[in-house]
Design a protein around this ligand. Sequence first.
Ligand code: TNX
Length: 544
Amino acid sequence: YPYILTLVILLSGCDRPEKITFKESDISIIPRPKELKFREGAFVFDRETVFVTGEEYRKIAEILTGKFRKAAGWEPEIVNSQPSGNYVAFRKDETLEDEAYALSVTENSVTISAAGYSGFLYGLETLRQLLPVEIESAALQGNLTWAVPTVEIQDSPRFPWRGLMLDVSRHFFPKEYVLKVIDGLAFHKMNILHFHLVDDQGWRIEIEKYPKLTEIGGYRVDKEDMHWNARPVPDPSEKATYGGFYTREDIKEIVAYAKENGIEVVPEIEMPAHVMSAIASYPELSCKREPIMIPSGGVWPITDIYCAGKESTFEFLENVLTEVMELFPSRYIHVGGDEATKTNWKTCPHCQKRIKEEGLAGVEELQSYFMKRIEKFVSSKGRVMLGWDEILEGGLAPGATVMSWRGIQGGWEASAQGHDVVMTPVSHCYFDYYQGPQDSEPLAFNAYTPLSKVYGFDPVVDSMSVNQARHVLGGQANLWSEYIPTTSHSEYMIYPRLTALAETVWSPKEGRDWNDFTARLEHMFKRYDELGINYARSAYTIMA
Ligand code: TNX
């Protein structure tokens, strides 16, 4: 008899769910939110939990409901009226800034407040990081309790430009990989994908008016010949089969997917240098008009560049940019401008004629003329021209925004001239550089960007005036792909350095703490494991 009684008590005890409590140290969010208040309770997702939101933000809710479908085996319904059970609700709050959000978790409800799309998205991404890491899994997780701690979070980004540049020219990466990178960016509250579509080693975007750009310019003979100064000699018997390109449909899909994920894709169409792939397709674009081949490795110096004298060059570029702007609705259009060695311009009669007619001092000013002309065209279409810091040389185009890469100097100068800048200095932001000891890492560009260096990045330089600092839009990492032939290698170079970058461009500067960050990173690694993201542990163990 007493045995039966004990059994009954035990069994009824099983029915009553244990009260779930959290410690503040259980919370691990990257990038670190601006303000977080922790209370001890929990909100538990169950089969009755619904998401309350209208059609406008449905795609955002689906990011998480889709994860429940896979990992929990049931999928919260998305409804648009107040439910009877517990719920996650999106509440419009027009008083919040553009990308800001508030996340309020009580034992009965989760409320994400925001003024619009990106705020709701970031609120949801934070909620996702409060859930157990198993929520990231594509496989059913058995009997897990899907609880999140009760918190009050107020959050907004420090900078409006939080970017990653992907070089798809030196090596071509399939569309599916680009979409995966977009997922990763959104997960870290990054909002710009700078898409480097044109370089010497391959032209990667279909242009209807100039089909040879991709038929010829999209493929090369050598695959992974990574030595520099490689300028192959044309040999008609060799077949160029290594490469690829994105069709107009691919681009539309990438742009639309990015938009759903709060990301603007900024295309880069290089000029006047880094265009051997275009010249191989249409030799008349160069001063010499001689046929050239597409190199596989890095070329230095780059002398095969567009002719700045011929009118036909500008006609070509305006036609290309027109098609590009049709496909990319972005506010910014990047037109390169870097690393042009102007030897050919010095002897080209067309270029010399142009210099004379325009009263220019020499080839430096000819590049400035070139970029100013393009800037006029880009701004006539209501867009903003963006270029690497070389566009400062010989005089900056009036409406141009500058990407400072050779250090911080270009950004310093351009902001002093009243131009907007994006900071992406080689010292902190080059993800093609080594992240760990060279003898244990895959071959990379011969320089060093360990994780701790990225974490110490600040887009605003101390010596900048308040006015200059106002012109700093934010920061970005660049992943050049000369040494990166595969998608898994590319991920390895991105993660976890992107995690550090995200925190430097999103979170307030005060409160930045390496030990705290690396503790949260350990947790993030578990999410990466579940997500099938290839990341470098070496980057985390090495100090600058
Ligand atoms: C410089 S950064 C370049 C790229 C190379 C990179 C290698 C910039 C504007 N130009 O063409 O890929 O160095 O790190």
